[in-house]
Write a protein that binds this ligand. Structure first.
Ligand SMILES: [Zn+2]
Length: 344
């Protein structure tokens, strides 16, 4: 019996050693240490042994069980370790590979131009005023000297939501709202940047949505000279010190007198495709705030005067960057937008 038990131990240990994975090892555990295993079988023959030999064999059987059990545990942790190692090797990261560069975005060309113009006017003491894009007819038209039925407010030009609410067609309602808040007390010195909407057939130079920046100054003794001086500084800062401006008479319902403002072309007046051979490029409309507009906003037009101007950053960005189609600003082609990144 002693011989049988020792053979069993040798056999079991050899199998444990040879076990290739945790499943095989578990099978060995069940086969040798289970209730129906060979060790239990051998011990059934104990009845034939003498009284002295019985405890000896019992002790030996326990030793064999303990040895096999220890071998199994040892093998189990070795196999588990191996499995972890194998997984680690499989999932190794090659830290010597070059990293993927992070893709950074850049400001939209319109945003850049708007911010540049904002900075310029902030430097001249203006503050920025903003207002709703969904606007009341009163602020969009009536408060700006455009009563209902005025020919300049053609229904075709606007996106109406109800009869009295529309998508603003210019940023001028922000001027009207700001003046109203001042309750007849000057000075007012603001610029109003923002998106505006008009019913238009989109083409290379027209879009149903575009950007506008308007400026408004209301105070005592504001004259046309102040307007011209301000716009001259603006044009030189934005386009270059060698540029000049000229004013041409025009008409807007909310200003009197009104002017169109041209900036001298980069061709230096020789004439080119951009200025259509005239040497001048129209960049904005301006004028002295109409007394009716001042009065409607609660200002005494005998005490206060003011000037206002409005420009299209879309057009300015097109001139500044040589962009030939306004639709590029709104179609979000990443190849177009990437050209305005400050650094790669
Ligand atoms: Zn030119």
């Amino acid at each position: 019996m002693e011989q049988q038990l020792k053979e069993l131990q040798t056999e079991a240990l050899a199998k444990v050693e040879a076990a290739a994975d945790l499943k095989q090892l578990n099978d060995i555990r069940v086969a040798y240490l289970g209730k129906k295993g060979p060790i239990t079988e051998v011990l059934k023959g104990m009845g034939k042994l003498s009284a002295e030999e019985r405890p000896k064999m019992g002790a030996l059987a326990n030793e064999v069980r303990a040895a096999v059990s220890a071998a199994i545990e040892g093998k189990q942790s070795a196999l588990e370790q191996q499995a972890i190692q194998a997984q680690l090797e499989k999932e190794t990261v090659d830290v010597t590979l070059p990293g993927r560069p992070a893709r950074t975005g850049n400001a939209h060309p319109l945003t850049k131009v708007v911010e540049e113009i904002e900075d310029l006017f902030i430097g001249m003491g203006y503050s920025i005023a903003e207002g709703p894009e969904v606007e009341m007819d009163y602020y969009n038209f009536e408060a700006l000297n455009l009563p209902k039925g005025h020919p300049a407010r053609d229904m075709q030009d606007s996106f109406y939501i109800t009869e009295d609410i529309l998508l603003r067609t210019h940023t001028s309602p922000v001027q009207a709202r700001t003046m109203e808040k001042h309750k007849g007390q000057g000075p007012v010195k603001i610029i109003c940047p923002g998106k505006v909407y008009r019913r238009d057939n989109d083409d290379a130079t027209h879009s149903h949505q575009f950007t506008q920046i308007e400026g408004l100054v209301v105070d005592e003794n504001i004259s046309m000279g102040d307007l011209k001086g301000t716009l001259e500084v603006f044009a030189k800062k934005l386009f270059g010190e060698d540029r000049e401006i000229r004013l041409r008479p025009s008409f807007f319902p909310f200003t009197e007198p009104s002017v169109e403002v041209d900036v001298s072309c980069m061709c230096g007046g020789k004439g080119c495709r951009i200025c259509k051979e005239t040497g001048w490029i129209e960049i904005l409309g301006a004028g002295m705030v109409h007394p009716n507009v001042l009065e409607m906003a609660g200002f005494d037009s005998k005490k206060y005067t003011g000037f206002a101007f409005g420009m299209g950053p879309d057009r300015i960005a097109m001139l500044k960057y040589g962009i030939d189609d306004i639709r590029h600003f709104y179609t979000d082609d990443i190849r177009f937008l990437k050209q305005f990144a400050e650094h790669e």
